[in-house]
Write a protein that binds this ligand. Sequence first.
Ligand code: FES
Length: 171
Amino acid sequence: MVQVQAQPDASRPIAPEKVREGIDLTVNGERFVHTGDPQMPLLWYLRDVLRLTGTKYGGELSGADLVLLDGKAVPAMGVPMARLAQRKVTTVEGLAGADGSLHPLQQAFIDEDAIGCGYCTPGWLIAALDLLNRKPRPSDDDIDQLPVLCRCGCHTRVRRAIRRVANGGQS
Ligand code: FES
């Protein structure tokens, strides 16, 4: 049987293919384009779209949803996708090295037994990283003011872990 290919209808103008618009952002070094609701909070995008579930929902002011946005710790629940064009997001999943080696803060949290149930831990790690980037030798007061709540009462051990990193690995 001879196949007859349909010929384009020269009388109809060819519509240019529509460029799909979206919000172009980088998460943990990878580029993504969000084409959904621009009002979606970043937290839902990370957890439900990218399946990066390290960042937690903990309610307002819990700090469990902290991520680095262009290097600064912000609550992912409070940032709509519309504000993320050309921005760089780092979540707790982005802290370890490409070879899987732990970030010094992650190691210090383990060494100082600063993890209870672990729900707040991603928030602490992001908040601590932000603090150490701004102030490599933070005071106890600086650490105590980090905007993270731990219902398991790990604050003292978290402080020790952050100080361990600030002291170059010594507790
Ligand atoms: S370790 Fe459980 S809430 Fe902090």
